[in-house]
Ligand binder design. Sequence first.
Ligand SMILES: [Zn+2]
Ligand SMILES: [Zn+2]
Length: 305
Amino acid sequence: MKFQCSSCGLRMNSGHFKQAGQVNPRLTSICDLCIQRGENPEDFANETVSVFAQCLLYSFIGKSGEDVANAFLVAAKEARKRYEAFIQDYDGNSLARQQLARQDFNQAVIDSEKGQIDFVPQLDLTFAENLQKLGLKVDFKLNEVDYIDRERIRVKYNYRCQYCGRRGRSVDHKNPVSLSRNNDLDNLILSCSECNRIKSNMPYELFVELNKQIPQANRKLVRYENALATLKGEFEQRRRALAAQMHLKGVVTDPELNQLRRQNKKLQDAIDSLTSDYNALRNVREQHFMTGWRLSQISKREDIV
Ligand SMILES: [Zn+2]
Ligand SMILES: [Zn+2]
């Protein structure tokens, strides 16, 4: 499913218009690149997206009503085609997505659209060549063996982050400090994206040490994650049931449907409040790492004095 962004005018996979949200995903009138660029989806209408959101019982973020024929940021249709193809290459390439954060990829496209990078992806260049011209790099030589090994690591650790215990998919070297490039399975470990991000911002040894100080917080995180997954699964089931009922009855308002909606709303409130507790704990945990790091830097400075 493709939607056209009301801001830049690019046609993109619907994923670019979907925000995870707490419970029910939200669809936006403009694409994720335009949001990253600083545009506000509430300033744009997008009838196609809003109708889809309604059918799927998602929320819609955008102006209501018909699209105003506006000047698209990428004005030339020819240029839009070139960006669309390039973005589709990225969306469909798991190696690229693994190695290159979407934010960074988006930023390069944005800089190109704004003319800050003097290059527009070319249809007759390969994906790798286009990336390179935009100052991005992906190692396409990582072969299938790497894939299988990565999957083996995930299975070995039961898809659990070895630092906090939540679900994780990132396969990393245990000790990145040793630049031995030791790719033995024993030197690889699994972590979640959050630990991975925090870890990458500080010395590895310190991260491990600080993490050992908070076993209870980590256990709590796992419990939150599990509880939320259960509730969200339940909510998703009900949402589907409601959509099916709505389809059968052929009407949008009906006492029985309203009853279902009210139940869903209650469940959604419960999920929201649990999510906010969860996020508060995640913040506190991150602060713990950041404070520990700052303290270690200060104490190092004093050693020199
Ligand atoms: Zn856009
Ligand atoms: Zn983790």
